[in-house]
Design a protein around this ligand. Sequence first.
Ligand code: NAP
Ligand code: MG
Length: 449
Amino acid sequence: MYDVINPATEKLFKTIEHLDLAGTDAVIAKAEMAFDSWRHVAPGDRGKMLRRFAEVVAEHKEELAQLEIANSGHTRGNALWEVDNVVNVLTYYSAAPERLFGRQIPVPGGIDVTFKEPLGVIGVIVPWNFPMPIAGWGFAPALAAGNTVVLKPAEYTPLTAMKLGELALIAGIPEGVFNVLPGKGSVIGARFVTHPAVRKVVFTGSTEVGKSIMAGCADQVKRVTLELGGKSSNIIFADADIAKAAATAPGSVFDNAGQDCCARSRILIQKSAFDKFMEHFEVAVKKFRVEDPSLATADMGPLISKKQFDSVQTFLDEPVAFTGSAPSGDGYWMAPTVLLPKNTQARSWREEVFGPVVSVMTFEDEAEAIAMANDSEYGLSGSIWTRDVGRALRVSRAIETGNLSVNSHSSVRFWTPFGGFKQSGLGRELGPDALDSFTEVKNVFISND
Ligand code: NAP
Ligand code: MG
C-alpha cells in the first residue's frame, strides 16, 4: 500500500495498492494478448474508439482536474489545461490510423511497397511533474499506431493516470489495450526494460534514470524514446520589448513551481538592458501569485514533495537578487527566487533545479549569448527576445536545443514536434512524425511473375 499525499497540505489524500513483479508480468501478458486483436481493428474503427476515449476524458474534465490539483498541487488553470491536452492529443492521433501511409517505390519486375507496422507492447514511464500530458503524449500515438500500452505513473502522482485507465474502458477501448500499473520505478519501470514482450520504452524523467534505461534496452535492442532534463535559456537582447520580456519571464520558469523540463531557468540579459529588465522583472516576480492551487487566481502551487523541496534548497547558497512570496505553514511551499550567480560555474547556472529558482547573468553581444546558452550538457528548450528578425533567425539556428520560441515562451504544442538535443533526450514526441517512433517500416516486393 502507498500513501498519496496532497503537497499543498501534507495530508493523506488516498491510499493505493502498488503492483509487484508478478502483477506486472500478468498485465504485460494481458497487453501482449490484446495486441493481436487491437492491431487488426479496422483503421476507421480504431480512430473512432480513440475519439470516443477523448470525449469521455472531456466529460470528466472537472473530476480529473480536481484529482491533479489535490494529488500534484497543480494550479486550477494548469490542471484544466492538462485535461484538455489529453483530449487534444487523443483527438489529433485519432486521425492517424487512416493515415499510416507507406510508400510505393519504383522497382523493375514488380511493385515495392512499405508498411508501417506496430511494434507490440509499449512501456510508458511517466514522471510526476506533468502526469496527464506526458502520459497522453506516449499512449495516444502508441495506441493509434496499433500498439498496446503498459503505463507506469510516478509513485507520487498515480491518480489521474489510473482514472484515465478506467475511462478508456468506459469509452470502449478493449480490455488489455491500455493498462495503467501503479508502483515503483525500480520494479515496474525496470521490468518494462527487461521483459521481452515490451518492444519499446518511452521514458520521461531524470537524465540519470534515462541513461540506465537506455543502457538496459541495449540488451534486447529495444526501442527507446527519452525526454530528460533541461537547463534552458531565456535570452533577452537590449533591442527587445524589455517590459514584455520581464513580465512574461516568471511564467516561463516558475510555472508548475519550476518543475518543468522546459523551465527557462537561466536568464541571459544583454548588459546594457540589465537595470531596466531587473526593475520590471522584480515587479513581475512579486506579482506572481503563489497560493492554494485550487484557486482560479493561483499562478503557482507547492512543490511536489519534501524530498524535492529539500533538493531545491541546496541551490540557495548563491547571491539572491529578490524573491516573491509564498504561504507558510503546512505544504511544500517556496517563494519564487531570483539568483545572481557569480560565474557560469555556479551550480544554479549548470544544474537542473526543478524548482522555482532562476539565475540571471549578463552578456555583451550575440556571440557571447550563443556561447553561454550552448555551454550546457542539456538542450531542450529556450526563448529569444529581440526585434531584429535577422538576429532572431541567426540565434535560433545557433542554439543547440530542440524547441525554441522567439518573443514568446511557448514550446509545447501537440501538433508540433517536441524533444531534446544532447543529454536532454532522444527522439521526438508529438506532431505529425511521432507515429514513426511507434512503428517499424516493413518493405515488401511483389513480383510480376
Ligand atoms: P526519475 O527517478 O527519473 O522518475 C521518473 C519516472 O521513472 C518515475 O515514474 C519513476 O518511478 C521511474 N523510475 C525511477 N527509477 C526507475 C528505474 N530504475 N527504471 C525504470 N523506471 C524508473 O525522476 P525523479 O527521481 O522523480 O526526479 C528527480 C529529478 O529528475 C528531478 O529533480 C528533475 O531534475 C528530473 N526530472 C525531470 C523530468 C522531466 O520532465 N524531464 C521529470 C521528472 C524529474 P518512481 O516514481 O517509482 O520513482
Ligand atoms: Mg528518482
